[in-house]
Design a protein around this ligand. Structure first.
Ligand SMILES: Cc1ncc(COP(=O)(O)O)c(C=O)c1O
Length: 369
């Protein structure tokens, strides 16, 4: 693990040892305020999906901002365990959990907090039920509905209603409702974004009606994310939106969500400037997490990251960029995908007005299991 604090509070951010994950606290707080104030005035609420920052301190800020369901959303059992230990009492695991070992861990968590998870097969429902009965707990279960993302989920309509019935009848389980994760709709045109979002979400709402007509209560309808939170949050029948990236944001989202700003960047040092037009940073794949593409240089027009080695990042410098980059100087890099980037750091440095204010541990880093 990294050392938690390499410089005292008050240190100018550019004096932090590199590579360093740095979050601008004013921007983070503004992003939270922007999204949460929307949900404060709606029936639907946000359930922060904390997988994109993995940091309990940030999740506490999100819940404190209001407009939430009072709980969080995660993807793995390991994330749920970390956040449960940090006092989060209502955790939605937006995923299918199928192995005996993991189901036992979920049941053990359910002894101390409200756990809801997703299912998309009757076999899984049976396994969850058997374990819950054996361990004397109740698990909340939602039906995961496939809409747009080619991932998990049953088809909307009759297959989802049948699965809801199976959950409702299963001892040890409490049928909670429906979820669908449609994946990020990267559509800058707001009309297109709205049309595509509605096309995905409406079948879930139609299924809700069918489930209710079959005599079951639907407490939860969870759909949407940062890309379409206002659209999902305004559709009647949606109860919660598990948005995640909005807090820290990233370069991949930047052009689609202009009301939110990237709050997290990585500070790097120029370790070589061997010839005009070329420089190397002490920031490679291991310090940015780059499986969705190359990160972006922030604040130096004409500078681009053209390659990422394991521990080195290559910069191409065009025009005035060359004179703005000195050996030993600092360069700000914006990650393309914040979830992958955060996951390679143990700590995040929170800065305000360019000075270190706080260091938070990314406690759920690496909790893939
Ligand atoms: C199931 C699920 N819900 C919600 C989210 C949050 O999406 P976003 O970060 O785009 O708000 C994700 C992101 O990976 C997800 O996998």
């Amino acid at each position: 693990m990294e050392r938690p604090v390499s410089k005292p509070v008050g240190t100018p951010s550019e004096e932090l040892d590199t590579p360093a994950l740095v979050v601008d606290l004013d921007t983070l707080e503004r992003n939270i305020e922007t999204l949460h104030s929307f949900f404060l005035r709606r029936d639907a609420k946000v359930r922060p999906h904390v997988e994109s920052h993995r940091c309990p301190a940030i999740a506490h800020k999100q819940l404190a901002a209001g407009g939430t369901v009072g709980g969080i959303s995660v993807t793995t059992v390991g994330e749920a365990e970390v956040f449960a230990q940090r006092g989060f009492a209502d955790i939605f695991i937006a995923n299918e959990i199928v192995t005996t070992q993991k189901i036992a861990r979920v049941c053990s968590l359910a002894k101390g907090c409200a756990i809801t998870l997703a299912a998309d097969t009757e076999d899984n429902v049976r396994d969850l039920s058997d374990a819950a009965v054996e361990l004397g707990v109740t698990l909340g279960v939602v039906v995961d509905i496939h809409t747009r993302l080619e991932r998990c989920g049953v088809q909307p309509g009759r297959p989802a209603v049948d699965l809801a019935g199976a959950i409702g009848r299963a001892p040890g389980l409490s049928f909670k409702g429906l979820m669908s994760y449609e994946g990020v709709i990267r559509e800058p045109d707001q009309d297109e974004l709205e049309a595509e979002s509605r096309r995905c979400i409406q079948p879930v709402l139609d299924t809700r009606e069918m489930v209710e007509r079959a005599g079951m209560d639907v407490e939860v309808v969870s759909v949407g994310g940062t890309h379409n939170y206002e659209i999902a949050g305004d559709m009647k029948g949606v109860t919660e939106v598990p948005a995640g990236s909005y807090a820290l944001m990233d370069h991949g989202y930047k052009e689609y969500r202009p009301q939110l700003s990237p709050a997290a960047r990585v500070l790097a040092t120029v370790i070589s400037h061997p010839e005009p037009g070329l420089a190397w940073l002490d920031l490679g794949q291991k310090a940015i997490g780059m499986d969705t593409g190359l990160p972006v240089v922030d604040g130096i027009p004409g500078a681009t990251v053209f390659t990422m080695g394991a521990e080195h990042g290559g910069l191409k410098l065009e025009g005035d960029a060359d004179s703005m980059v000195d050996l030993g100087g600092k360069v700000w890099i914006a990650p393309l995908d914040i979830g992958n980037c955060v996951n390679v750091y143990d700590f995040v440095n929170g800065v305000r007005n360019g000075r270190l204010e706080v260091v938070w541990e990314i406690e759920a880093r690496g909790t893939y299991r």
